[in-house]
Design a protein around this ligand. Sequence first.
Ligand code: ZN
Length: 73
Amino acid sequence: MPEGQKNSRYKRQSKVKIITGKFIKVKCEKCNNEQNIYSNAAMDVKCLVCGEVLSTSTGGISDINVKILSVLN
Ligand SMILES: [Zn+2]
């Protein structure tokens, strides 16, 4: 497996935290809905209530766009 190539584009955004292989509890900033999402989701995860994108999939790792309340597992 090629390990040498890592993403060279690092954006420093305080909201974006990359946590791999965990369920995390997040809070939608739009409607305050609390929702558990998987950090390695293959697709974008949207808020079940208002449809706001909570995390964006970037090739197996999710960029979390909203506030992380807790990491579950
Ligand atoms: Zn929402």
